[in-house]
Design a protein around this ligand. Structure first.
Ligand code: FMN
Ligand code: SF4
Length: 749
């Protein structure tokens, strides 16, 4: 605009020179003036352009300012609105970081405190935890809901073992991850990251603990927030030149991930970025998913392995034939007898080849009996925490033994009969069984068969190994938080043996020798049988307390619940009860109530009781052991404690010689006792163990002449154990610990 004005001025000036020739001087003067302007026109144009530029810039700047003010005011309004919203929903995505360390020489510990400082700088609370001071049994499940992120910095030591301070934590975690009583989702919601410390010169054990902790947490459904890190002390191989470098690299990633989580970001990548398929985060996620898939496949392989070694009842045989890839134990028995017959008819002892499902199976000469525990079964049972002995026996530390070591109460047998659960060894000399009960908590990984067809280990060896293995398991509790030193010492001396772990102990041909050995070491015997072997019950030497499992009261429901292998299971069952009635020592019926399956059969139960006249009737609600392809049992079949009490009351009313004596609410279990144990109005359901040992010794020494009976070794029941007591069967000497997930509690053997 200004330049236009100047041009006009110039032209105007130029025009006026030709019209005015009146005064030459004036003319000359104005001509000079114009010439001057003309000659300096470039400067003038530049000046005009400069002025125009400044004016234009000013105008733009002023406009921007006013827009900014508008935006600002509207954002303030929005922000104000937003702040009221977020105040309302204020969500905390990460409440803090718990840094656990498993360290021997301090490296992991140092890393933990360094990391904690950096987490705090980010404005998040951080806690460093020595793994030995943390009880995963009590606390870990709570991390699932605490919104904290758990970091595990764990070193590996000799032969791939955890450091001393992480021993209990790792042991617990491993057991929980393979024990389906905890359930696959026990740690669902727990967010974690693992960094393992190790040295790659330890080939075969490199960073084992880090790998395992990561795997076990994942198996319990905890959520990995990032890939496991590995620190290598071997500078030659360390990715970042040293273990410190490895940790630093991992730490940077962790802190980034933590910040993202704290902002509420769930995944590190939305998948919407321009990089698309080549996005690094996506690749990483995929890699993590693949790793998880790999692990899942591993786990699935294991369970399919378990199913392979599962064997079936005759009834199911035909359905399964096409699917089975191995010959099961029962089947093996049938095959062996037909082989024997064939051999006899041919009169030679050559090896026989059997073809099944196009596979060729070799059976050795009859003299070469097979081992009951196959390598696959050994692996499966070991994973479930069994310590296997020889080729057909096992021992396992019961949850109540652990509980009592820590002063948290004993099992229902402690309440009913005065068993000291921390001194009790749960074992079996026969992992094989003749039933496939639906509530069997071992999910049928044990072999089944109707008679002993396997190699046999001597009773002395079984007992010696069982006690040693049991003691070793107790020793692992040394120094574990909460373990009472006096109970620990006592626990090392086995005082009771519960022959009820898995399988059918009475199938072991040397069961009498085994029981005698127990008594010779002053160990009491609690033997449970499934009421399928009446002759074996009759020929059994005296035991402290003999049980039969009465899982149902009619032929049909027994078939449905126990799924027995014997075709004549019902006469065998009734005869076993009769055989029990002939015994002079303590006898017990064990009833397991499965709601909607067997609770309605009250009259038939009372008839069965009349048949065997047991001293005691234990009634407990079935425990749900998690989903299993082997059982259709669900949580809906688990009766509430009040339902069990109502059932027991009704049953006791139908039995004139029996009354309810004790209760163990903790495990949903009640005891009905014969009134001969009520002396002068007081219950004597407990056992005088010392007296029993004296009596049984006299019996043995007299060659069975000096007999004894139930009333000779009974002891008075304490008031807290009685039905109706305020303690509901919980020993007041101990402190009750409430589990977070009560449905996963187990009642004991
Ligand atoms: C006696 C000994 C045995 C070890 N055994 C292993 C092992 O089997 N596997 C492994 O990856 N690292 C092994 N390491 C390496 C340690 O895990 C590594 O030095 C780690 O940084 C130690 O951490 P800490 O100082 O927190 O205890 C072993 C170290 C020592 C001293
Ligand atoms: S539940 Fe069985 S094995 Fe465990 S302490 Fe009690 S009697 Fe012993």
């Amino acid at each position: 605009m200004l330049s236009l004005f100047l041009v006009v001025v110039l032209f105007t000036s130029h025009g006026s020179t030709s019209d005015t020739k009146v005064s030459h001087d004036a003319h000359t003067h104005s001509e000079n003036y114009l010439m001057l302007i003309w000659h300096n026109r470039l400067y003038l144009y530049s000046a005009a352009a400069l002025v125009f530029g400044i004016w234009f810039s000013l105008k733009v700047a002023l406009k921007k300012k006013s827009i900014a003010e508008d935006v600002a005011s509207s954002s303030v309004q929005k922000a104000a609105k937003k702040s009221t919203c977020s105040d309302r929903d204020a969500e905390v995505y990460v409440s803090g970081v718990k840094i656990f360390y498993g360290s021997q020489t301090g490296t992991a510990k140092g890393f933990a405190s360094g990391l904690s400082e950096e987490v705090k700088i980010l404005g998040l609370p951080a806690e460093v935890i020595d793994m030995k001071d943390y009880d995963p049994d009590d606390q870990l499940a709570d991390e699932s809901v605490s919104k904290s992120v758990c970091v595990f910095l764990v070193a590996t030591y000799t032969d791939g073992q955890p450091t001393e301070n992480a021993e209990w934590f790792c042991k617990w975690l491993e057991e929980a991850s393979t024990d389906f009583r905890y359930g696959k989702t026990y740690l669902k919601g727990l967010r974690y990251a693992v960094f393992g410390l190790g040295n790659s010169v330890y080939v075969g054990h490199y960073n084992t603990v880090g790998k395992n902790v990561d795997k076990w947490l994942w198996m319990l459904s905890a959520m990995r927030i990032m890939t496991r890190g590995e620190g290598d002390c071997n500078v030659v191989k360390s990715r970042n030149g040293s273990i410190q470098g490895d940790f630093l690299a991992w730490k940077v990633k962790f802190l980034k991930r933590l910040q993202a989580l704290a902002k509420g970001e769930k995944k590190s990548c939305s998948g919407n970025c321009k990089k698309g398929g080549s996005c690094k985060n996506k690749k990483k996620e995929r890699q993590e998913e693949e790793e998880e898939e790999e692990e899942k496949t591993d786990v699935q392989n294991n369970s399919s392995e378990e199913e392979l070694i599962d064997s079936s009842s005759e009834e199911e045989e035909s359905d399964l034939q096409d699917e089975k890839k191995v010959v099961d134990m029962e089947d093996l028995g049938n095959i062996m007898s037909s082989v024997k017959k064939a051999k006899e008819s041919r009169g030679n002892g050559q090896m026989v080849k059997l073809s099944k499902l196009n596979g060729v199976k070799k059976l050795e000469d009859e003299a070469e009996r097979r081992e009951m525990i196959t390598p696959a079964l050994r692996e499966a049972l070991t994973k479930q925490g069994y310590k296997l002995i020889g080729s057909h026996s096992g021992v396992k530390l019961c949850r109540w033994t652990k509980s009592m070591l820590r002063g948290r109460g004993g099992c229902y047998k402690h309440t009913f009969y005065g068993i000291e659960s921390h001194r009790c060894m749960e074992t079996t000399p026969s992992l094989a069984c003749a039933n496939k009960c639906v509530f069997c908590w071992r999910h049928h990984t044990n072999p089944v068969g109707t008679e002993w067809r396997w190699k046999m280990d001597p009773a002395e060896k079984i007992l010696q190994d069982a006690v040693e293995k049991h003691q070793n398991m107790i020793r692992q509790f040394r120094g574990v938080p909460g373990v009472k030193p006096d109970r620990y010492e006592e626990g090392l001396v086995v005082k009771h043996c519960a022959l009820s772990l898995v399988g059918e102990p009475i199938m072991y041909p040397e069961i009498n020798a085994f029981i005698r050995l127990l008594h010779s070491q002053r160990i009491s015997s609690f033997l449970v049988t499934n009421a399928q072997f009446p002759q074996e019950i009759r020929s059994l030497v005296p035991v402290t307390q003999l049980y039969v499992s009465v899982d149902a009261s009619t032929k049909d429901s027994l078939k449905k619940i126990d799924r027995p292998l014997f075709k004549d299971f019902w006469p065998r069952f009734l005869d076993s009860l009769k055989a029990l009635g002939e015994k002079r020592q303590r006898t017990v019926y064990r009833l397991t109530l499965v709601k909607a399956w067997n609770v309605e059969e009250m009259q038939s139960y009372s008839e069965l009781i009349a048949l065997g006249q047991p001293d005691f009737i234990e009634v407990k609600g079935v425990t749900y052991c998690g989903e299993s392809s082997a059982s259709s049992l669900t949580m809906a079949n688990v009766p509430w404690h009040q339902e069990v009490v109502a059932f027991v009351q009704q049953l006791a009313d139908m039995l004139p010689q029996y009354e309810i004596a004790c209760e163990h609410e903790h495990s949903n279990c009640l005891l009905i006792a014969h009134t001969k144990f009520k002396v002068d109005g007081e219950w004597w359901t407990w056992i005088d163990y010392e007296r029993f040992q004296e009596l049984v010794q006299a019996y043995e020494e007299s060659g069975g002449q000096q007999t004894f009976s139930v009333l000779d070794y009974m002891a008075k029941t304490p008031s807290w154990a009685l039905f109706g007591a305020q303690e509901q069967g919980f020993d007041p000497a101990d402190t009750r610990f409430q589990r977070r997930n009560k449905t996963k509690d187990i009642s004991g053997c």
